[in-house]
Design a protein around this ligand. Structure first.
Ligand code: BTN
Length: 263
């Protein structure tokens, strides 16, 4: 596992583990102990991989598990935008290695990458304040070789889609792509351009969707993403609901239309 020379040249460092609990946890622990980043933590497998909303991220060897630790990457109220920044970088890296995949990749709000409408990667951005610094771990899990059978959403892997990409070359490409996207984002000042690119490949945009919010669910039309990365959902009563966090699903009767969404 190696950094792209462009990343190494910018002073980014890398720590590789065979096994770790969670690369995100390790990144944040190191930050609490004084690490100043930018530092990638990459592991062959995780024993306590974390997904969004408290879920477990199954982390057997063969897939990519990587977290980039950044200190004070932006004002804290902009840090959530890093999900979209990372999603664009991940797509850049995959497309660089396998250009034919470009039209088959979509983003699922807020931070999943879909391949042929199925989840092939997840992103978990976590932040912690320590010693008046904001430490942010941008965690990226990519199903290279295999995928869990998610009860919640159909999943796939790059291998299943017919593209054999090993974790090491994928990581090398991401390590170059993410700094480029971070420069574009410019601590939040460049979010309008990030948002526009993300929206061009957004799954379900303009379609009816369901959003799980903890124990509740709302249904409506995914009308837009606002200037802070929040979903704008048009409810059946005409009201526009702004949602900061949730899990998106196609309507129960329209799974195929959602999965085949192309922009
Ligand atoms: C999701 O729920 O979709 C987000 C999954 C994020 C998984 C990655 S794997 C690397 C990093 N370390 C973790 O524990 N989680 C993230």
């Amino acid at each position: 596992m190696q950094l792209h020379p462009a990343a190494a040249g910018q002073g980014v460092r890398l720590a590789v583990y065979q096994t770790v609990g969670s690369t995100n946890s390790e990144a944040l622990l190191r930050a609490a102990a004084g690490e100043t980043g930018p530092l990638w933590i990459v592991a062959e497998r995780q024993t306590a991989g974390r997904g969004r909303r408290g879920r477990t991220w199954v982390s057997e060897a063969g897939n990519l598990y990587a977290s980039l630790l950044l200190i004070d990457p932006s004002p804290s109220d902009r840090a959530a935008e890093l999900s979209m920044v990372a999603a664009l970088a991940l797509r850049d890296a995959i497309v660089e290695i396998a250009p034919s995949l470009a039209p088959r990749l979509n983003f699922k709000w807020p931070n999943d990458l879909l391949l042929d409408g199925r989840k092939t990667a997840g992103i978990l951005v976590e932040g912690e304040m320590s010693a008046l610094r904001l430490a942010v771990a941008i965690g990226i899990g990519v199903n290279c070789a295999h995928h869990p059978d998610l009860a919640s959403y159909p999943a796939t892997s790059l291998a299943e889609a017919g593209v054999a990409i090993e974790p090491a070359p994928l990581f090398r490409a991401i390590s170059a792509a993410l700094p480029t996207r971070l420069s574009q984002w410019d601590e939040g000042r460049g979010f309008p351009a990030v948002r526009a690119e993300w929206l061009r490949a957004a799954a379900g945009l303009g379609h009816k969707i369901r959003v799980h919010l903890g124990d509740d669910e709302v249904a409506g039309c995914f009308e837009n993403m606002d200037e802070k990365g929040r979903m704008m959902l048009r409810l059946p009563n005409g009201r526009l609901e702004t949602i900061a966090a949730g899990d998106v699903f196609p309507p129960a009767t329209a799974v195929i239309a959602f999965a085949g969404d192309r922009r």
